[in-house]
Write a protein that binds this ligand. Structure first.
Ligand code: SAH
Length: 349
C-alpha cells in the first residue's frame, strides 16, 4: 500500500482502483506516509503559513431544502436571523483590527439579499479595506449576479459541489436542485475570474468510495483554488437526523490525498472537523491543511447559524476565537500569516 502513496506523491494521480484501495486501507504505515508527504508538500509551497479567513454568517434564512442542512426551509424550528449592512461592516472592522485580511460572507439563500443590496455591501467593504480579499459563499445565483458582485469587488467564491455523482447529488437534495446547475455556477464563477472553492462532505448518507472518486475526478476537471471538505454531521431536525456522521480517519485520509493531488491548493481545516474531534483542526493542519476560518459573526446570532449539531465556536467573541486558534495553530507547529493568502498558482488575468 505504501507504493500507492509513493506513486501519488510522485505523480499526483492514481487509477480509480488505486484510489479506492488507498481510501479503504487500514494499513497504518500507508496512512502515516500519506500524512508525512502531505505535510512536506504543503511546506514546500506554503511553509508553515496558515491563512485566516474571517467568516461572517450573514443569514440563516434559506429558500433551499438540502436534506442534510439544519437551516433548510422545512426546518420550522430553526431560528432565523439576518445581519444588517451595519452589522456586516462592523464584523469587518472588528476582523480587520484582529488582523484578518480575508472576509467570507456566507449564508443561506436568502432573497432579502438582492443583487443590489449585496453589491452595495461588497463595494463598501472593497472601498474600506482595499488590502483585503472578499469571499462570497451565498449559494447558486445567476451569472449576472456573480458578474455584478465581481465588479463590485468580490475576489473569491466558495460553492461546494457537494457530490459530483448525479445519483448521490439527487439523494442529498430536493428535486428542484440539480448537479448540472451547481456545476454551471462553478464554471461561470471561474470564467468570471473568481478564485473558486469547491468541495464535499465526507461520510454523507449513501456516499460510497466510488462517489468519492467521482468527487476527486470532478475536482481534477475544475481545478479550484480552494477545496473545502469536512465530515457530514447529522442535525436533529433534518431527514438525516438518525444517520451516521463522517469519521475523523476518512476526512484526514482524504485531506492527505487532496494535498498530494493538488499541491498548491488552499485546504481549510474546517469547523466541522473541529466539531467531531477536539484536536480535529490541528490534525487537519498536520495532514496538509493551510487555512482556518474563524467565526467573526456577532455572538448573538452564532447559535442560529445551525447547520449541524454541536457546532463549535458558537459562544466566543471573535477576539477569543482568534486567540484560541492561534494557540492551536502554534501547538501543531505552524504559524498564522496575516495576509490575504491567495493560492500560489492563481494568476489574476
Ligand atoms: N448556502 C451556501 C452555504 C452553505 S453552508 C451554499 O449553498 O453554498 C456551507 C457548507 O456547509 C455546505 O456547502 C455544506 O457542505 C456544509 N454543511 C451543511 N450541512 C452540513 C452538515 N449537516 N454537516 C456537515 N456539513 C454541512
Amino acid at each position: 500500500m505504501t507504493d500507492i502513496v509513493e506513486k501519488l506523491y510522485r505523480t499526483g494521480d492514481l487509477t480509480n482502483e488505486e484510489f479506492s484501495a488507498l481510501i479503504k486501507t487500514d494499513d497504518e504505515s500507508a496512512a502515516e506516509l500519506l500524512k508525512k508527504y502531505a505535510d512536506e508538500t504543503r511546506r514546500k509551497y506554503y511553509g508553515k503559513k496558515v491563512f485566516l479567513r474571517g467568516l461572517i454568517e450573514i443569514s440563516s434564512y434559506c429558500k433551499n431544502d438540502c436534506l442534510y442542512c439544519g437551516i433548510r426551509r422545512s426546518n420550522k424550528s430553526a431560528e432565523r436571523y439576518r445581519l444588517s449592512r451595519e452589522d456586516i461592516l462592523s464584523c469587518c472592522k472588528n476582523g480587520y483590527e484582529l488582523g484578518f485580511r480575508t472576509f467570507v460572507m456566507q449564508g443561506g439563500e436568502d432573497s432579502f439579499f438582492t443583487d443590489e443590496i449585496m453589491a452595495d455591501i461588497i463595494s463598501e467593504i472593497r472601498r474600506s479595506y482595499p488590502d483585503c480579499a472578499i469571499t462570497l459563499s451565498l449559494g447558486e445565483r445567476s451569472r449576472e449576479s456573480y458578474k455584478l458582485f465581481k465588479e463590485a469587488g468580490a475576489d473569491r467564491y466558495l460553492l461546494r459541489h457537494e457530490a459530483a455523482s448525479p445519483e448521490l447529488y439527487s439523494r442529498l437534495h430536493p428535486a428542484e436542485l440539480s448537479l448540472e446547475n451547481r456545476k454551471e455556477c462553478l464554471f461561470a464563477l471561474r470564467e468570471l475570474g473568481y478564485q473558486v472553492g469547491a468541495g464535499f462532505m465526507v461520510g454523507a448518507p449513501f456516499q460510497t468510495v466510488d462517489h468519492i472518486i467521482c468527487d476527486l475526478r470532478f475536482l481534477q476537471q475544475l481545478q479550484p483554488q480552494m477545496i473545502g471538505i469536512g465530515p457530514f454531521i447529522p442535525h436533529h431536525n433534518t431527514p438525516f437526523a438518525e444517520e451516521k456522521g463522517g469519521t475523523l480517519e476518512l476526512t484526514l485520509r482524504l485531506l492527505g490525498i487532496l494535498r498530494l493531488m493538488f499541491p498548491r491548493v488552499l485546504l481549510p481545516a474546517t469547523t466541522a472537523l473541529g466539531t467531531i474531534a477536539p484536536n480535529g483542526r490541528e490534525l487537519g493542519l498536520m495532514t496538509g491543511c493551510n487555512v482556518v476560518m474563524p467565526n467573526l459573526s456577532p455572538v448573538m446570532v452564532r447559535k442560529k447559524y445551525d447547520l449541524y449539531d454541536n457546532k463549535i465556536c458558537t459562544g466566543e467573541e471573535a477576539a477569543e476565537c482568534r486567540g484560541c486558534l492561534q494557540r492551536r495553530i502554534e501547538s501543531a507547529g505552524y504559524e498564522i500569516a496575516s495576509e490575504r493568502g491567495d493560492c500560489v498558482s492563481f494568476h489574476n488575468a
